[in-house]
Design a protein around this ligand. Sequence first.
Ligand code: SF4
Length: 363
Amino acid sequence: MKITFPHMGNVYIAGKAFFEELGQEVIPPPISSRKTLEMGTKYSQETICLPLKIMIGNFIESIENGADTILLTGSCGPCRYGYYSVLEKNILMDLGYDVDFIVLDPIGEGLRDLKGNIYKIFKATNIKDVITAGKIGWKLIKKADYITDLSNRKRAYAINSYEVDLILDNYLKEVEQTFGEKEMMDLMDETIVSLNKVKLKDNFTPIKIGIIGEIYTVIEPFVNLEIEKKLGHMGVLVEKSLTPTIWVEHHIKSYPFGSKLENIKHELARPYLKTLVGGHGRETVGSAIYYANRGFDGVIQLLPLNCMPEIVAKSILNSVSDDLKFPIMTLILDEMTGEAGYMTRLEAFVDLLARRREESLYG
Ligand code: SF4
């Protein structure tokens, strides 16, 4: 079994080390690129949401590198993600690729299949093995996310923000040379030390922006046109409402009650949206209010074209913005999104937030 999975931000870093540690052969998905998107767009339905197109491109690239098994999480509720595995399997079969799909459906969809799949990919023979493997995965995911968050914080305050990019580029290159948990943890620790050596500006209070919206577009830099980097180089402190750590904490570690943070967001969203609308639509609304309450200057919603849950959230965010007098910008992303127009909108939004801040300070 040669396992691969979709490329989604830093997940592949933790995933690679995790499966290697468990003795699985893993073919990490290559970093998403224009070629990935073009292939995915060519073989997917035109109107399907963007994440599926990228995933198809990811899978083809991984299969061509030798992968024969695709690992995917499942979903339920009113969002296309629940059909992704079926659609993807059919697309790949039509293209002549004969691969196995292992879908980890939510616990509520039935424990038997999920248990069998987990034991298979974790190479577990008993629950103790599952817990041990889970602990390794959790440590790796948390540290990979810590590095992403630390980079965002350092970039905003750095005297030379490109120093952060250099450290990260080096880290990503080295990831390919590591094997297993220990080597990856050592590399991560070295990267954290380097990031902490970056020289920072004194007496600087950056503009603070929360990134909210559809999970895949929030986490995957190729899809969101590296929004964290772009804003960081403008001296903006960026925080993302969704990360792999936040997802695992809510859906796995705190099952069935959910994490404290996500439950707070559900409560905040309640006056505007009482029900689940699929994907992270409800969390998007709650996160906007959460960032407003925490004194952020504004939020940016990332919306992949044709994403129903985020379209619902967008219509509600207009009221949130009016009620709280809180700037919210929506960026719609698809395969046609151009870098220049995107950058112009980001710069204009940051200028607006900077002016608002000045006005509030000096009247
Ligand atoms: S949340 Fe939106 S973009 Fe993501 S799978 Fe569901 S419909 Fe598609």
